[in-house]
Design a binder for this molecule. Structure first.
Ligand code: ATP
Length: 308
């Protein structure tokens, strides 16, 4: 696998506010990398440094082997940035926006025309192509924003919180779009504050917290940090049975919801637990398997780090 983004000991200080305190990571070509962090964690700052908009206080960034400080032009040719500060002109139509940005990107007239038609199709904007952007929904604007950023066929695309503020349907559409882009081989650097989003889309996740990457790896590996799957046994409306069951099973009992959470190490273990209840005349209202979520990972990691 080829590394396309390589970040080493990156620091950014604003006045006496240290936003990035030495972060390092690598992104493989064709993968989706997600930088996950709360509001103000420094995600946008990282994206702006990587996309050459601002300079770092120290550390190095290579994109496609080019140094963002020394080879800015070569880096710019390979990347595109979309996100919180959309470049679309409200008064122009979607098509006009694409044509204008194509020319500003120094693409020749023929290429601009061809790419505009392709992108309007790809981003499901054909019907809205001749309407002014001010009539577009939030989801349509984001799609146009990304379409614009793909005009010059970049190798790496930075998506800064692409779904913040979108309704669930538009968010799902955006997820599909990101997956499609990824399938086409574009490297995607995605920032998000949504654990579920990183979980859905990313091959690798880095968690940014208080200026440091507190953990990085594939979603599955991060989840393993918080432990195994659990069996949730629900005894709704069976308070007495719940009291008995909590003695029988070695799990975490929750009195408010009348549930018991049992570590699930194997199918045999599942069978045994249910058999035990059955032998005691207890039939749960429902049982479900709870996989650790990235939410659990985040809580666990940040809790550990605080008390280090
Ligand atoms: N130009 C600047 N001057 C001073 N401080 C700044 C500047 N830009 C960002 N910051 C500070 O750096 C910190 C990180 O900001 P950044 O925008 O990178 O966070 P973020 O993770 O992208 O958050 P959000 O989800 O809110 O966009 C914040 O505390 C912010 O106030």
């Amino acid at each position: 696998m080829e590394t396309v983004i390589s970040v080493k000991d990156l620091e950014k200080v604003y006045g006496n506010h240290s936003v990035l305190k030495g972060i390092s990571f690598e992104v493989e070509r064709g993968s989706v990398f997600s930088l996950l962090g709360e509001n103000g964690a420094g995600k946008t700052t990282t994206v702006h440094i990587l996309s050459t908009l601002i300079s770092a206080t120290s550390g190095s960034v290579l994109i496609g082997g080019y140094d963002t400080r020394k080879d800015t032009d070569n880096v710019k040719k390979r990347i595109s940035l979309t996100g919180q500060y959309a470049a679309v002109d409200e008064l122009l139509t979607g098509k006009e926006n694409l044509m204008m940005m194509g020319r500003l990107n120094h693409l020749d007239r023929q290429t601009v025309k061809k790419r505009t038609v392709e992108l309007l199709h790809q981003f499901d904007l054909v019907n809205a192509a001749n309407k002014s952007v001010k009539t577009y929904s939030g989801g349509m604007r984001r799609r146009l924003d990304i379409a614009i950023s793909l005009l010059a066929s970049p190798e790496v695309i930075f998506l800064d919180e692409p779904t913040t503020g979108l309704d669930p349907r538009s968010r799902n559409n955006m997820w599909k779009l990101i997956q499609e882009l990824s399938n086409k081989g574009v490297t995607i650097f995605l920032t998000t504050q949504y654990l579920e989003e990183a979980d859905q889309l990313a091959d690798k996740i880095a968690i940014l917290h208080e200026g440091k990457i507190v953990e990085q790896g594939p979603a599955e590996a991060l989840k393993k940090l918080v432990g195994e799957e659990k069996l949730e046994i629900n005894l709704a409306n069976q308070k007495e049975n719940w009291s008995i069951a909590k003695q029988l099973l070695a799990g975490k009992a929750d009195e408010k919801n009348l549930t018991i959470l049992v570590p699930l190490s194997s199918v045999n273990n599942l069978r045994e637990q249910l058999q035990l209840l059955h032998e005691n005349g207890i039939e749960p209202a429902s049982i479900s398997i709870r996989k650790p979520t990235l939410d659990d990972v985040f809580m666990q990691i940040t809790k550990n780090k605080k008390y280090e």
